[in-house]
Design a protein around this ligand. Structure first.
Ligand code: PLP
Length: 360
């Protein structure tokens, strides 16, 4: 099949140019006659990859010098535990703003280590799903930090404002990192699994402000301890070297395209094509209010849910893969991360039009 577009929420598409380069380098990387995954993480060749990828990520997100960048294992879920165990210090509580499935899951994990103040920040706006403005989130006085998830991958909800607080803000950016500019200096900790907007699963990016180190609980496993990882430059144990290398290649690709501002323009253009089509149709609907519609994950429902199976079958045959919505929400979901070209979204809309015409 010529053009296959993968709308999977994660692991997700990797830019085709990056995959082609990686394919060429698989047998002979850096003139070593071997692949990057077969060399020592302590050798000078891999150390160069580690240093360059960190610098490129710093450039892309304008990460200030008082922040450390860590390349970790364990996915975002490991950070659900690492965050409270690193940041609580002597406090027994943290604010967990619950905007959907992933923020809720983070709060559930945190409840093992403290008594989280969990606040439901979802609301109904004009009959659509939305999120309360961050300035209205009821924060507590005794919280060690405020945790939220700016892009709820399953619900297709995006939060564009930040909590108003002098406490460290902790954000799970797994499904939105590098999709648009952010002001890193406003955050205490940012973490993100790589498998959506960066590269292969197995790598987790953690960006942590320097003054938040050194508060870890003594029983915290060393592998999750930010101070240990900073001290060992993310090589306390063997890091996921191939995923790290590929992430570095994606960072280079992003820089060549013009960085996250350009990426945001591309992402807005892509999302508009899909939302505009859904909005003018009586056959499809998206239930999220325009204020909080995700640029990355677009859930949509068919007016006739009995046609879901046929839609998925025909879409798959047309090369439009992995459009099934999460089991918690049903319907369809198109994940249109950075690596998804505009042509992929256009191909989806063309298919949706044809399906509507044949089945309305
Ligand atoms: N947070 C968000 C926003 C996600 O979308 C996901 C995965 O889909 C996770 C956390 C869990 O990530 P991981 O599987 O890397 O632990």
């Amino acid at each position: 099949m010529d053009n296959v577009y993968n709308f999977c929420a994660g692991p997700a598409m990797v830019p085709a140019d990056v995959l082609k380069k990686a394919q060429q380098e698989l047998i002979n990387w850096n003139g070593l006659g071997t692949s990057v995954m077969e060399v020592s993480h302590r050798g000078k060749e891999f150390i160069a990859v580690a240093k360059q990828s960190e610098q490129d990520l710093r450039d892309l997100l304008s990460i200030p010098d008082n922040y450390h960048v860590l390349f970790c294992h364990g996915g975002a879920r490991a950070q659900f535990a690492a965050v409270p165990m690193n940041l609580l210090g002597v406090a027994d509580s943290a604010d967990y703003m619950d905007g959907g499935y992933w923020a809720h899951s983070a709060a559930q994990e945190a409840a093992k280590y403290c008594q989280p103040n969990v606040v439901d920040i979802t609301c109904d706006r004009d009959g659509k799903k939305a999120i309360l403005p961050a300035a209205e989130w009821p924060l507590s006085d005794n919280a060690a930090f405020v945790h939220f998830c700016p892009n709820e991958t399953i619900d297709g909800l995006e939060i564009r404002d930040l909590p108003v607080t002098d406490k460290p803000i902790v954000a799970d950016l797994s499904s939105t990192i590098l999709s648009r500019p952010i002001d890193v200096s406003k955050y205490g900790v940012i973490y993100a699994g790589a498998q959506k907007n960066i590269g292969p699963a197995g790598l987790t990016i953690v960006i942590v402000r320097d003054d938040l180190l050194g508060k870890a609980q003594s029983i915290l496993p060393s592998i999750l301890d930010y101070s240990v990882q900073v001290d060992k430059e993310s090589m306390f144990n063997t890091p996921p070297t191939f995923a790290w290398y590929l992430a570095g290649e994606v960072f280079k690709w992003l820089k060549e395209l013009g960085g996250v501002k350009v990426m945001e323009q591309r992402n807005v253009a892509k999302a508009n094509v899909l939302y505009d089509y859904i909005d003018q149709s009586d056959f499809y609907r998206n239930e999220v209010h325009a204020d909080n519609r995700s640029l990355m994950n677009v859930p949509f429902q068919l007016k006739k849910p009995e046609l879901d199976g046929l839609f998925l079958e025909q879409a798959d045959a047309a090369g439009l893969k992995a459009l099934k919505g999460h089991r918690a929400v049903g319907g369809m979901r198109a994940s249109i991360y950075n690596a998804m070209p505009l042509e992929g979204v256009q191909a989806l809309v063309d298919f949706m039009k044809k399906f509507e015409h044949e089945n309305a």
